[in-house]
Structures are given as C-alpha cells and as structure tokens.
Design a binder for this molecule. Structure first.
Ligand code: GTP
Ligand code: MG
Length: 139
C-alpha cells in the first residue's frame, strides 16, 4: 500500500489549520502513519526542494518554509499520492477549486512565493525520497 509525505506549511500552522488539514485526510480515509511538528533549516529544505534549485521562486520558497514550524505527516492508503494532490488542489490557491484545501482556505497574499498551505509528494519516487528526508527511520 502506498505512502505519501504531506507537509502543513508554515502559513497553515500559523493560521491554526493543521487540525483542518488532518481532518480532511482522515475523512478521506487515509491513515496518519507518522506526525511531527518541527522548524527546519536550509539543509533539509535544499534536499526537499532540490528539483526547484535555480528557479526564481526558490530562495523565497526556502525562506518561507523555514520561517516557522511545519507539521510533517506520512499518510498511507491505496493511491494516496494522487488522492492527496486532489484534496490539496492546484498549486495556485486563487485558481484551486472550491472543495480543495487550497481552494477553500488559501488565497494570494501578494508575496514572492505562493503560500499554499500544504505540500504533497507528486509521485512514488518523490514520496520515498521525501519520506527518507523527513522520517529516515521509516525509509
Ligand atoms: P508542493 O506540494 O508544495 O510541492 O506544491 P506543488 O507540487 O503544487 O508545486 P511545486 O512542487 O511545483 O512547487 C513547490 C512550491 O513552490 C509551491 O507549492 C509554491 O509554494 C512554490 N511555487 C511553485 N511554482 C511557483 C511559481 O510559479 N511562483 C511562485 N511564486 N511560487 C511557486
Ligand atoms: Mg511539488
């Protein structure tokens, strides 16, 4: 059965939306296999966002992601990678459909990086890579 790495990003934690995000994941029927709130530095984020290095939003993204605590979660269930991406909605919270986490709870704040509340792995390869970064004991 499949696993995915989910992050409640600093904007989500700051706004008190962690419980709401976990509620939607559990409501969908996925299991919460591991859960940890932590503030991470550039080292972890550079690994996590290696694919975006060099892009214009990379520096603001790393800055934002290290600006406060995140809640890292490993979820489990058949096709949970695709399923969580559907729950999360489109990357741009303005365009994300109502009914999704980003569409219901996110908006554009006029900042250099899209603050969009959550992260979810985008493929089985990313999921195992990211789980190894955030929860090495589960890898
Ligand atoms: P994650 O689940 O966070 O990985 O989001 P995603 O897979 O929908 O987006 P992607 O991996 O492409 O980008 C990672 C993060 O970088 C996004 O969640 C945004 O916070 C930010 N980002 C991505 N694309 C852009 C962009 O074009 N402009 C800006 N300002 N930020 C972006
Ligand atoms: Mg991504």
């Amino acid at each position: 059965t499949e696993r995915s790495l989910v992050l409640v990003k600093p904007d989500g934690v700051r706004r008190g939306l962690t419980g709401e995000v976990l509620h939607r994941i559990e409501g969908k029927g996925y299991e919460l296999v591991a859960l940890d709130r932590r503030t991470v530095g550039r080292d972890i984020l550079a690994e996590h966002y290696a694919e975006h290095e060099g892009k214009p939003f990379y520096e603001p993204l790393v800055e934002f992601m290290s600006s406060g605590p995140v809640v890292a979660v490993v979820i489990e269930g058949e096709r949970c990678i695709e399923g969580f991406r559907a729950l999360a909605g489109a990357t741009d919270p303005t365009a994300a459909l109502p009914g999704t986490i980003r569409g219901d709870l996110g908006r554009d704040w006029g900042l250099k990086v899209q603050q969009n509340l959550v992260h979810g792995s985008d493929s089985p390869e990313s999921a195992s890579r990211e789980i190894a970064i955030w929860f090495p004991h589960l890898a």
